[in-house]
Write a protein that binds this ligand. Sequence first.
Ligand code: ZN
Length: 259
Amino acid sequence: MIGESECMETDSVQRAAEDLFSVQNAIAFTGAGISVESGIPDFRSATGLWSRYSPDEYGTIDAFRADPIKVWKMLGEMMALVIQAQPNPAHVGLADLEKMGKLQTVITQNVDGLHQAAGSQNVIEYHGSSATLSCIACGHGISAEEVSMDNLPPKCPECGSVLKPNVVFFGEPIPFDAHSRAMEAARTCDLVLVIGTSAMVYPAVDIPVTAKASGAKIIEMNLEPTPLTNRVSDYIICGRSGEVLPRLVENLKHLMNRD
Ligand code: ZN
């Protein structure tokens, strides 16, 4: 049974710092939960986009191809949220861990670019990115900054067809390069910080499961226990990632300066 008793006490942040201190190749695997504190509601939450737009009608590649003008109503809202969002202390904490040499890679399911905005250099965008768009007819690529969101749907400057953000829709494969790099990272790491995700979407769940099978320690940071807890993750730190990550960084700095 999953219950609150599985949530670790706050000093588990120190345990996580000691675990990170002792490994050579740690990665982070992040999801929607890490960007909630940046003002981007989890698509699946009560205030998320999927509460008002059915994923079947708005989230699939077939729906986009059938009626891109309709789907762009949802995409326009998503892009507006992303454009105004700023990294929060959790994103900054992960960038700090990379600068400290204690985190090799961030694999994110988010399309908001906030890890890069916070300063993370090695980011694998597993579900694509909203920072660029591609023409569905001629393939022309363009930066989101160059596209006016005033008249939706945005049109290709080359051929006039509809542009699609380079995010992975339901029914689309994970970009090959992102998937192969993510799986390689999962196979070779010795610790995974799973942050703000229950990793329930296939094939994203393969990342923590593969890492676990390869012998990595899995530390989960979520608001509450998830299906990963006590099955895939070794332990969970329950709390807001924007509070937990900065404390983890401070505790780890203390350990690194001790020697
Ligand atoms: Zn075009």
